[in-house]
Design a protein around this ligand. Structure first.
Ligand code: NAD
Length: 351
């Protein structure tokens, strides 16, 4: 039994993936009657990511912290929320190396505070409402650490290597515990690297585009041999909608793009496409990629096994090459968005 029509609280909805999730939910004219975005608008969030969504009368934006239990409780009650999609987080791995406490605070403790506010609300619902309620927690493939061969399964042991992945792994355990101990109807997904419009330019693909546009540089860590599995953000948002409706309570799934790229090859591809779009010399443009020392705890390869989501009946829609080109074209036609966002000089690796 599911909760249609959904009244969804989306945490981190003004972030990159969150904005796409909100957009995907609002496509469902009958089955989604309310989308409430709760976002602290940290440096990573932006109203510009969701301005098109806010003209929809079903969509509300609330600035606030997931750890503010009084606020969360008020939103759950006021809007009679029957699903939470939890994306709010500190997400940049490099930042987690230089400032781990914010990651423990938001990703782990913030999730616990949110879970507890949701649990107390959920316990006050009628039995049918409790049954149809969902708490969908969006996690990362990075909790599994690095894999040399084969692909991550959702049954693999956790081996987080960065403060970011450790903070997400800890949150995953709390979500599991709130299901096992209190019966909260949870769903947990681990996704691979996302790409698409509205991603903060501290992350690999938009940062590379901006480097070509502005004559800047982008560091390539440790020879660029690391492999990442790229998932188009609209496919991810589509999957989350599918999982909300069809996922069995208490389950965990992995969702990837089935599209592995070495960082060096991907950066070169992005820079080359941007250069050709701008009519620049490709050789000159490629000089923006600067070899850099490897970062500590750097995972060598992530790869997701999608068999479980395929068996559930979900299929990826997007062709990688086309999605990448469309993404690059989006940034080139939204130069203001790209350059207005605060600039961060930390090196990047997709996350
Ligand atoms: P993002 O950094 O673009 O957005 C995060 C959002 O969370 C921002 O809008 C920020 O303002 C908000 N936020 C931060 N702290 C908050 C708090 N205390 N209360 C309320 N809002 C807060 O991140 P993203 O790339 O959209 O990632 C979303 C989720 O997906 C995260 O949980 C992340 O761990 C997970 N994920 C992302 C990727 C990826 O490739 N982007 C891959 C795997 C998993």
């Amino acid at each position: 039994m599911i909760g249609i029509p959904w009244r969804v609280l989306v945490t981190g909805g003004a972030g990159f993936i969150g904005g796409h999730v909100v957009r995907r939910l609002l496509c469902e004219k009958r089955d989604v009657t309310r989308v409430v975005i709760l976002d602290l608008l940290s440096y990573a969030g932006s109203m510009g990511n969701i301005s098109d969504c806010l003209s929809d009368a079903r969509c509300e934006f609330v600035k606030g912290d997931i750890a503010d239990q009084a606020l969360v409780t008020r939103l759950l009650r006021t809007y009679q929320i029957n699903a939470v999609i939890h994306l709010a987080a500190e997400t940049h791995v490099d930042r987690s190396i230089y400032g781990p406490m914010a990651f423990a605070q938001t990703n782990t403790m913030g999730t616990v505070m949110l879970l507890e506010a949701v649990r107390q609300h959920w316990e006050g619902l009628s039995a049918p409402e409790q049954t149809s309620f969902r708490f969908l927690h969006v996690s990362t493939d990075e909790v599994y650490g690095s894999i040399e061969q084969g692909k991550f399964l959702d049954t693999d042991p956790y081996r987080p290597n960065s403060p970011y992945s450790a903070s997400k792994a800890a949150a995953d355990h709390f979500v599991r515990a709130w299901h096992q101990t209190y019966g909260l109807p949870t769903l947990t997904s681990h996704c691979s690297n996302n790409f698409g419009p509205y991603q903060h330019p501290e992350k690999l693909i938009p940062r590379a585009i901006r480097a070509v546009l502005t004559g800047g540089t982008i560091p390539l860590y440790g020879g660029g041999a690391q492999v990442r599995d790229w998932l188009y953000v609209s496919d991810h948002a589509d999957f989350l909608w599918f999982y909300l409706n069809h996922g069995d309570v208490g389950t965990v799934v992995n969702i990837g793009g089935e599209c592995e790229w070495q960082n060096r090859a991907l950066l070169q591809k992005v820079v080359t496409i941007v250069a050709s779009r701008l009519g620049l010399s490709q050789d000159d443009a490629l000089k923006c990629i600067v070899e850099s020392a490897d970062r500590p705890g750097h995972d060598r390869r992530y790869a997701i096994d999608n068999q479980k989501v395929r068996a559930m009946g979900w299929h990826r829609w997007t062709n990688f090459e086309r999605a990448l080109t469309e993404t690059i074209d989006w940034y080139l036609t939204h130069k203001d968005w790209l350059t207005r966002r605060q600039s961060y000089e930390l090196a990047t690796d997709g996350h």
